[in-house]
Ligand binder design. Structure first.
Ligand code: PFF
Length: 457
């Protein structure tokens, strides 16, 4: 195997400027709509605490091992999601893993940007104090009229994707790192403030019980797949993101620590988002199983009934937008880095081309909720299909290939070398052994079983 420092592409690569920069960028990617929009409604649809416990189990047992594996691949190869495999396993078919990641990110950003666009619209509505005017029926009507409209969501999707592209055009240190360094602490403060407000509402206790006291009777096999898909989606796994960001990380950084900190930060954010949303939902006697509309219908209804709710709404949708942006930039970067290195494009050209493709696919996603809702593939609209394909299929397959690659192809010596930086860092042997065991046996077996169960049932 070639030495990692002889990167397979020529020319100076961009890199992160500091460990803190890497952490906020990784956490920024992980914390996003997955935490603020997807996690709360999945918790609500899957019975609360029991789902959360299964989710936490998957984060520790599968999420962290996959995350560290992607980190090892990225940092060792110093190349994009596909180039990494070309570099580490030249002439083999492992590059398919990178290709899957690039396709996954393209599809993912198409629908992610549409939901980000809803965030833009709802932030503007919050600033105009629009939610104070309607009851729940009016807000539900507002959401459905907006999402099925043929042009407004397209404009918002365009604005959101443009903002994403502008940050990515500025590169790693000046764009992604700088933006994440300012926005992530701000996001944290806003979310803590929102959680405190929600937890102190009269009647909040029922929501807290729902989040933390499990009722196992609601658990089915579907719950496991939903929790696993969410863990992968939330930690941005199997999508080549950690490989790509990992490739910009210095050889001196402690990737074990960075990986675990990222997983902890992401999980904390999901729980804080749960605490900001569920107690309020229960305090207002609303059903938590409202589905994807939870954040866009139920919450505005709550805001319109809270003292100072108008201001709280502004902060909530600002948080949603920031979280979505720090994630969308990472998804775009995966595809942009791939185009730059595999096709020798300049960053600007790559951003422009990728932007155009994703913009067009995003328009289809958005229209599939309205005038194109009769276009169904496997009984799903394009929007639902992309969501399902990424979180429940491509990311899981990508994750499976990544752990098998690290566990069986790269092997123990490379694992040890990367986690300890060639013996310079002290990482307990028991940790490395456990990690190696998880990636060689537990993670592949668990991922395969859950996927087969889902696809064959
Ligand atoms: N983790 C992001 C979220 O929770 O919203 C979504 C995501 C970002 C998935 C980046 C994949 C990715 F590469």
């Amino acid at each position: 195997m070639k030495d990692a420092s002889s990167s397979h592409q020529t020319g100076q690569r961009d890199s992160f400027g500091s460990s803190f920069g890497v952490l906020v960028a990784l956490a920024g990617s992980a914390v996003g709509l997955g935490n603020l929009w997807r996690f709360p409604y999945l918790v609500g649809e899957n019975g609360g605490a029991a789902f959360i416990i299964i989710y936490l189990g998957f984060v520790c047992l599968l999420g962290i091992p996959v995350l560290l594996s992607e980190f090892i691949i990225g940092r060792r190869s110093q190349a994009n999601a596909r180039g990494a495999f070309l570099h580490l396993a030249p002439g083999s078919r492992w590059t398919i893993t990178g290709t899957i990641a690039v396709i996954c990110c393209t599809l993912l950003l198409s629908f992610y940007s549409v939901v980000g666009g809803w965030g833009v619209e709802y932030f503007i509505r919050a600033v105009c104090f629009d939610f104070t005017r309607g009851g729940e029926a009016a807000l539900s009507e507002m959401f459905s009229t907006f999402t099925v409209s043929p042009w407004k969501p397209l404009v918002c999707h365009t604005v959101f994707l443009l903002a994403t592209a502008l940050i990515v055009i500025s590169g790693i240190q000046n764009g992604i790192e700088k933006f994440s360094k300012i926005m992530m602490p701000l996001l944290f403060v806003i979310m803590i403030g929102l959680a405190i407000r929600s937890l102190t509402l009269p009647g909040a206790q029922a929501g807290i019980d729902y989040l933390f006291k499990p009722d196992w009777s609601e658990v089915s096999t579907g719950t496991f797949l939903a929790a696993l898909g969410q863990a992968f989606f939330s930690l941005s796994l199997g999508s080549g993101m950690v490989i790509t960001y990992g490739s910009y990380v210095s050889k001196k950084a402690n990737i074990t620590r960075l990986g675990i900190e990222t997983a902890v930060a992401d999980t904390l954010f999901a729980l804080i988002a749960g605490c900001a949303i569920m107690p309020a939902v229960f305090a207002f006697g609303i059903s938590p199983g409202e589905g994807p509309g939870l954040v866009f219908i139920t919450l505005p209804h709550i805001f319109s009934n809270l003292p100072l709710g108008g201001v709280i709404a502004i902060f909530f949708f600002l948080a949603l937008l920031l979280a979505a942006l720090t994630s969308s930039i990472s998804v775009l970067e995966v595809v942009v880095a791939f185009c730059m290195e595999e096709f020798h494009m300049k960053r600007k050209t790559a951003v422009l081309i990728v932007f155009s493709v994703i913009w067009a696919l995003g328009c289809l996603c958005s229209l599939s909720l309205g005038i194109l809702d009769h276009w169904k593939v496997f009984g799903k609209t394009i929007f639902d299909l992309f969501d399902y394909l990424t979180a429940n299929v491509l990311m899981l397959i990508g994750g499976l290939l990544v752990v098998v690659f690290v566990g069986w192809k790269l092997g123990r010596k490379v694992i040890h070398d990367e986690l300890t930086n060639g013996g310079k860092l002290h990482i307990p042997a028991a940790f490395i052994d456990t990690y190696a065991f998880l990636v060689r046996f537990v993670a592949p077996a668990a991922l395969l079983t859950i996927m087969l169960f889902q696809y064959l049932s």
